[in-house]
Design a binder for this molecule. Sequence first.
Ligand code: ADP
Ligand code: NI
Length: 215
Amino acid sequence: MQQILDLTINFVKNTLADAEAGHDWFHIERVYKTAKHINSTEQADELIVALAALLHDIADSKFNGGDEEIGPQKAGDFLASIGLEPKIIEEVKLIIKNLSFKASFGEISYFSKELDVVQDADRLDAIGAIGIARAFTYGGFKNRVLYNPEIKPNLQMNKEQYKNTTSPTINHFYEKLLLLKDLMKTETGKAMAEQRHQFMVTYLEQFYSEWEGKK
Ligand code: ADP
Ligand code: NI
């Protein structure tokens, strides 16, 4: 198993060498570690959890003209190239396909404990101190303003609007980040999300206070 993981780590590091800071190898490494931590109590299939965590952002649709099939395809091709059995490859591809927040706008037809573990780990990296850093990095990458009091968050976005939004980065907290806590699936994930959520709430209070020239 370790040899498969080493080959996969190597492949992911090389593929993400030029990735933007929010989706780089270190994001993958954090998700991988968090998934292993969560799985120490969940006890889903260790190899599938590890491979899905490592390969989940190998080709993000946001950076590939919106094509959501490229990621799972690329991951599957790699796993086939190192001789992994088709059954495991199919599982990993399904997890990657169903992982993203965007996927949850659609009809969800695949459920597994492995998906729950990796999805919780990925969502945890979108909240808390690191989540805040990633949101502003992404906002900067897209040339968004930090905050504009006149542009209210859109809490009823459909998938297309979510994909094409140009709203200020602070709005992303209300449109996604503050919603993640209640979408967590595993007990370990829920407890970790609670703490990180609270940190974001405190952060927002401080942000508005500074915005008004107070504190
Ligand atoms: P998912 O794959 O679950 O849909 P994304 O790839 O959209 O998640 O998000 C990855 C990272 O980029 C997260 O940290 C997320 O908060 C950030 N991000 C995505 N969309 C925005 C946005 N509109 N503004 C700020 N950050 C964003
Ligand atoms: Ni991710």
